[in-house]
Design a protein around this ligand. Structure first.
Ligand code: SF4
Ligand code: SF4
Length: 68
């Protein structure tokens, strides 16, 4: 089951969610940019996600939603 959903084009690449994740599975994808011109956040290992939603809580732009 997909736990994380990203409204990728809303992401401004600030990295707050990357710092907030206790499992260290979020990163900015430096190989591409979204429609705003920022490197969007991606999850490198969704299987390791514990659905704590710290990332979603931290994001000022409501980019991330977490299914429990
Ligand atoms: S829900 Fe928690 S473990 Fe999963 S990506 Fe977000 S901060 Fe990391
Ligand atoms: S906190 Fe939100 S805007 Fe900032 S990098 Fe993460 S998803 Fe993107």
């Amino acid at each position: 089951m997909q736990k994380l959903k990203f409204s990728e084009d809303l992401c401004k690449g600030c990295g707050l969610c990357v710092s907030a994740c206790p499992k260290k599975i979020l990163e900015l994808d430096t190989s591409r940019v979204n429609s705003k011109g920022y490197n969007p956040v991606i999850c490198s290992n969704e299987d390791a996600c514990i659905s704590c939603a710290f990332c979603a809580t931290m994001c000022p732009d409501l980019v991330i939603s977490v299914d429990k």
